[in-house]
Ligand binder design. Structure first.
Ligand SMILES: [Zn+2]
Length: 142
């Protein structure tokens, strides 16, 4: 096992998959890692076997990742949400990211760092006028 190359491969794959949901990232990481190991190790016939599995995982992971990106960009969602600070009542309009959830938010006035309340996935669901894009699309949040 060339562990070092495998770790590097997985890390690069993980960086590529900066999606907030873990499944595509995991698939890409596993796929990328095993592909690198297979082709750098010279396992003979076995390397094609592992390489095939690796590429399969990698392809599926990227497919899932792209599908998710496409869904969030093609559907009509409201990206402007007005966050009201629970501490000082300061209101500020913010643009929500479509590909990730925002867990922390610093109030521009009192510098209080807000976190989601209860089962909410992000600060926009807890303090904003509009829920975050995944919730608007009826998707599970991250
Ligand atoms: Zn505040």
């Amino acid at each position: 096992m060339d562990l070092k190359k495998s770790i590097i491969g997985s890390s690069i794959a993980f960086v590529i998959a900066t999606s907030c949901c873990w499944l595509p990232a995991l698939l890409i990481a596993v796929g990328g890692g095993s592909t690198m190991v297979a082709f750098s190790n010279g396992l003979g016939k076995l390397s094609w076997f592992f390489g095939g599995i690796g590429i399969g995982f990698l392809g599926y992971g990227i497919y899932q990742y792209k599908k998710k990106q496409k869904m969030s960009s093609s559907a009509i969602v409201i990206l402007q949400s007005i966050i009201t600070c629970p501490k000082c009542g300061h209101k500020k309009e913010e643009t929500m990211p479509t590909d990730a959830c925002q867990y922390f938010y610093e109030c521009a006035q009192c510098k209080q760092v807000l976190k989601p309340t209860g089962n909410d996935c992000c600060v926009y669901c807890s303090y904003g006028t509009v829920a975050c894009p995944p919730i608007q699309l009826n998707e599970d949040c991250c």
